[in-house]
Write a protein that binds this ligand. Structure first.
Ligand code: ADP
Ligand code: MG
Length: 729
């Protein structure tokens, strides 16, 4: 029974690092070589077509049919030169991954010859069958077609021999079925709202671009061990396994020297990533054993997300070359750190200013503070949908557990900025401000830059932390598509900035000047969002109590978190500006409920199977050995000696037997609960039932299995143990 485990371990011990074939030159020599970027466009398409694309990108417009044809011709020449044989619209359906359907370039020419063709029509639009993608009931069953349309702001690229075209994905009737379509709308909305505010400070600002740098955490495990763990294969996480005696207690993995096999893997996937224009920059060992991180340079949000999705894909692919498997699950191993995807987010203007970076003058700092305070206020007013955007089945094991951001959304800005905000709140009065007061306030904020850089103390326990020139949203799960979180942040901040403008203009109408109006509104916001600011330890029990006193929600239930998307306030932020329609939002919520239920269902099945077919028989085998042993003792020892010896052995047999009985009973009870939940029609209620009645069994069953792992003979234990999974890279 344990044969698979031991043969896997033998395989691991004999592994040699895989040679990596990375060119010896500089990274910049091959960076982006598989991307049809603007530089290549200049070479491959006409000036007119180039201008059209540039305009389409800058003004978020689409291309005319004629322009698309010109661009497609250039793309075809380039792609064929690079050996591509197929093209594919590449999109982000509401699953955790990306989707692609490849079509060859070949077509019949007039006399039946084969030629390579690629027209503007297939570049900009395609009609994949949408019927098997999650839609939450939006897509009409009689109309299975969906449309994909090129997102001109994200350049086409080649993976292997396939030309990939980043697209949005909508239903025949125009409903978004993906993450990208609403993401682009949220970015456009934020752009418009933020430009209006910037123009109080600088009339040259015409565009605001949201920026995003995604730190990606992940685990690696050896391929042979992966195959010996059906729970990882099926559910991407271990559903059993006693904690290893040593794991991360000594913090000796974090920033440690990178093992050779892992280093080769990193160089290999980074090389692939760079060829695809993904600016991967940082790599290091993370806190838990076998846990690592990769972070690229930040980019425009839409591109950063495309790149992150692509990066995960590349990592999975290249890992196989190195006999690894990458785990992006948020909590692959109980009891040690899980993996997140820290979203470093900010906004930049076309004039080159980072709006969340303190400036050099009082004026630019007033702009900085305006954006800072509005983001804080947006998080305060929308913490429900922020939580909803990151909550899902796999992240629920991480949030609030073992050094992961809690399910309470709070904001950290550091003590220095807190003082500045408090100062504004106390100095700005409701009466008309005197010139002296204004000067004093401006002098106060004029000093921010130097001091701030030294004072952005790093609070690692905050889910939403200001880190000197950006916010870092840390609650996003490692396997997630960041779009869900980014849509909410963009939309919430956009809605808040629109309100800001209204509030300022209302005061200015009363004859007050602009600066005074801004100060007054900022004061109001600072006071109103005081409860969201928290500087202490977000992991502590005290914070949970304090947060409750402040009226901050701590919703641990996944379906309940998701349901908040449908509150009137959420709709105001997401539906009113047209980022979603009501129906699209409801469809998405539906998809999330279903995903949750199905994932628990899969886990419950996997665990039930492993418990009954792997663990129980192993425990019975060991119990039988002990029973035989007791019988044997009778033959050798006198009655009195035998009695003492047998009693001790009997106790162990009883313990094992009790665990076996408990496991069996729990598995059958769990199946019964599933049956009951499965007949519920309403997907919200069903998800709630799965959460409250099925999910708890997973831990209960695991408890008994993990106890057995400590008792049963190591020689017959069928599944690789934590110490083997975590220390063999
Ligand atoms: P940490 O110290 O938080 O682990 P990392 O170096 O791992 O930091 O990652 C920080 C990320 O933040 C990088 O992707 C970086 O490019 C990004 N970043 C820096 N400035 C900005 C900005 N203005 N907007 C968005 N992201 C940014
Ligand atoms: Mg980092």
């Amino acid at each position: 029974m344990a044969e698979l485990r031991f043969s896997a371990l033998r395989e691991v011990f004999n592994r040699k690092p895989v040679h990596v074939d990375v060119p010896s030159g500089n990274v910049s020599d091959y960076f982006g070589e598989n991307v049809f970027d603007l530089a290549k466009m200049e070479r491959y398409i006409s000036k007119e077509a180039y201008k059209a694309v540039k305009r389409a990108i800058d003004e978020s417009k689409s291309l005319s049919r004629q322009e698309a044809d010109l661009v497609a011709t250039g793309i075809k020449v380039w792609a064929l030169e690079k050996g591509a044989t197929h093209y594919s619209h590449w999109f982000h359906p509401l699953t955790d991954g990306t989707a692609e359907k490849h079509d060859g370039f070949i077509e019949y020419a007039e006399h039946g010859y084969m030629v390579e063709k690629f027209s503007g029509e297939v570049l900009v639009q395609s009609e994949p069958d949408a019927s098997s993608f999650p839609s939450g009931g939006i897509r009409n069953t009689f109309e299975a077609r969906g449309y994909t349309a090129w997102d001109v702001s994200s350049p086409v690229f080649i993976v292997g021999k396939t030309l990939c075209i980043p697209t949005i994905f909508v239903s025949y009737t125009g409903f978004a079925l993906d993450y990208k379509a609403p993401l682009l709308k949220s970015l456009a909305e934020l752009d418009r709202a933020a430009v209006d505010i910037c123009r109080y400070f600088d009339r040259d600002v015409t565009r605001v671009i949201a920026t995003l740098g995604i730190e990606q955490e992940y685990f690696l495990i050896d391929e042979a061990l992966y195959y010996a763990r059906p729970d990882i294969v099926m559910a991407n996480r271990t559903m059993m396994g006693h904690q290893s005696s040593k794991d991360q207690q000594l913090s000796d993995h974090y920033f440690g020297s990178i093992p050779e096999r892992v280093m080769n893997f990193m160089q290999d996937f980074e090389h692939e990533a760079c060829k695809l224009g993904i600016p991967v920059k940082t790599r290091h060992n993370e806190t838990a054993p076998n846990q690592f991180e990769c972070a690229p340079l930040y980019e425009e949000v839409n591109l950063a997300i495309d790149h992150n999705q692509l990066l995960m894909d590349i990592m999975k692919r290249i890992a196989r070359r190195h006999k690894f498997r990458v785990l992006f699950h948020e909590k692959p191993f109980a009891g040690i750190n899980g993996s997140g995807k820290h979203n470093n987010w900010s906004m930049a203007t076309n004039t080159g200013v980072n709006l969340l970076s303190p400036g050099k003058t009082p004026k630019s700092n007033l702009q900085f503070l305006s954006f800072l305070v509005n983001v804080i206020k947006a998080v305060n007013d929308n913490n429900d949908i922020l939580r909803a955007s990151v909550m899902n089945e796999s992240n629920s094991y991480r949030l609030g557990d073992h050094e992961a951001p809690p399910a309470i959304i709070s904001v950290f800005v550091g003590s220095y900025l807190t003082d500045i905000l408090n100062n504004i709140a106390s100095k700005v009065s409701n009466r008309k401000m005197t010139p002296n007061q204004k000067t004093e306030l401006k002098l106060g904020i004029g000093k921010i830059p130097e001091i701030l850089l030294d004072n952005t103390d790093r609070n690692r326990t905050s889910p939403f932390a200001f880190t000197g020139n950006r916010f870092e949203f840390r609650a996003v799960g490692a396997s997630a598509n960041c779009s869900a979180a980014m849509i909410v942040i963009n939309a919430a901040v956009a809605a808040q900035l629109r309100q800001f403008k209204k509030d300022i203009d209302a005061i200015m109408k009363k004859g007050r000047n602009k600066d005074e109006a801004i100060f007054k509104v900022l004061k109001k916001y600072i006071v109103e969002s005081g409860r969201i600011l928290f500087e202490g330890d977000g992991y502590s029990k005290e914070w949970h109590e304090e947060a409750a006193r402040r009226g901050l929600c701590n919703i641990k239930s996944v379906p309940e978190s998701i349901e908040r998307y449908l509150e009137p306030n959420s709709r105001k932020v997401l539906v009113q500006p047209g980022i979603f329609t009501d129906k699209e939002l409801e469809g998405r919520v539906e998809v999330e409920y279903e995903k949750f239920t199905k994932k628990i269902q899969i886990e419950a099945r996997v665990l039930g199977d492993l418990a009954i077919n792997h663990i129980v028989p192993t425990a019975v085998t060991y119990m039988t050995t002990l029973i035989d042993n007791v019988k044997g003792l009778r033959e050798i020892f006198s009655d009195k000696e035998y009695k003492n010896l047998a009693e001790a052995r009997r106790d162990v047999i009883i313990v094992i037997s009790d665990h076996i009985s408990s496991i069996k009973k729990l598995v059958y009870d769990m199946i019964e609960e599933r049956k009951k939940a499965n007949v519920i029609d309403d997907s919200y209620k069903k998800a709630l039932e799965y959460e409250s009645r099925v999910k708890p069994y997973l831990n209960e069953i695991r408890y008994h299995i993990d106890k057995l792992e400590l008792i049963v003979d190591n020689e017959i234990w069928p599944l690789p143990k934590y110490r083997e999974l975590l220390f063999t890279c």
